[in-house]
Design a protein around this ligand. Structure first.
Ligand code: NAD
Length: 247
């Protein structure tokens, strides 16, 4: 059903975690995949790696132009790259705050602008933005991340409205816990902590009592980005093992 043969797909954050699983899945499904990441990906065969800092917003237009020069079109944009720097408001550090917003929110917005121009001209495109359950639920010390994800959900809706008449559908995917290096905070994997085990597993706060694998998020992304999706736009699809369904 999700055949991407002949399609050109950009995945940001394609060197690790959810982005890597997404880039590899699109490649297996027949797409030409270009990963934008500040790191060089290891072992993701079939994926073209472009090393760049998404926080350098003025550089994004040229990066998109390069893809067009080389491949002639862009069918899918998946904004996966994200960062998180826990920081209480009373100790708020400018660097952490602005970096989080630049990478998680402003880079996806400007990529939607630059790639969107191409998609509108083609009268076809699919955009998927990675948000989080933090788009709707907040956590102490997580203000910049929470704002970035809530903002990206808002941007997803606005851009969906502007692009709908051009055949370009724009959605977001909001994961809960995913087993990637992002769950490692201060050198400790929170998914292996007593805190996670007690609250989320033993007390059943997380109905599917385990973190998601990156591929489980990638599969949701692939459907939203496929030609099978003909009518869903402006939505955030939560893939969190039932976490946010519980009171
Ligand atoms: N892991 C989770 O539990 C979880 C939960 C909900 C949402 N998310 C979201 O999913 C997305 C992917 O997270 P992940 O868990 O795969 O994280 P990850 O750290 O494994 O991967 C993030 C990727 O983004 C890249 N990146 C970060 N800053 C960059 C920059 N300035 N320029 C270019 N590339 C940059 C990194 O190099 C890395 O390859 C993020 O947007 C994150 O907020 C993750």
């Amino acid at each position: 059903m999700n055949n991407f043969t002949g399609q050109v797909v950009i995945v940001t954050g394609g060197a690790n975690g959810i982005g890597k699983a997404t880039a590899e899945l699109f490649s297996e499904l027949g797409a030409k995949v270009i990963a934008f990441d500040r790191e060089q990906a290891k072992d993701n065969s079939g994926v073209e790696n472009v090393v760049l800092d998404l926080g350098n917003l003025p550089s994004l237009e040229a990066a998109v132009s390069e893809v067009i020069k080389k491949h002639g079109r862009i069918d899918v944009l998946v904004n996966v790259a994200g960062v998180s720097f826990p920081n209480p408001i009373l100790e708020l550090e400018n660097d952490k705050y602005f970096k989080t917003l630049d990478v998680n929110l402003h880079a996806p917005v400007f990529l939607m602008k630059h790639v969107g121009k191409v998609m509108v001209a083609q009268s076809y495109g699919r955009i998927v933005n990675l948000t989080s359950i933090h788009g709707k639920l907040s956590e102490p010390t997580s203000m910049a991340y929470d704002i970035s994800k809530a903002g990206l959900e808002a941007a997803t809706r606005t851009v969906a409205l502007e692009f709908a008449e051009h055949g370009v559908l724009v959605n977001a995917v909001a994961p809960g816990f995913v087993a990637t290096r992002m769950s490692i905070v201060d050198g400790k994997d929170e998914l292996e902590s007593e805190w996670f085990n007690n609250i989320y597993i033993q007390n059943k706060r997380l109905p599917i009592a385990r973190a998601a694998l990156p591929i489980e998020i990638a599969q949701g992304i692939a459907w939203l980005a496929s030609k099978s999706n003909t009518y869903m736009t402006g939505q955030t699809v939560t893939i969190d093992g039932g976490l946010s369904a519980r009171f």
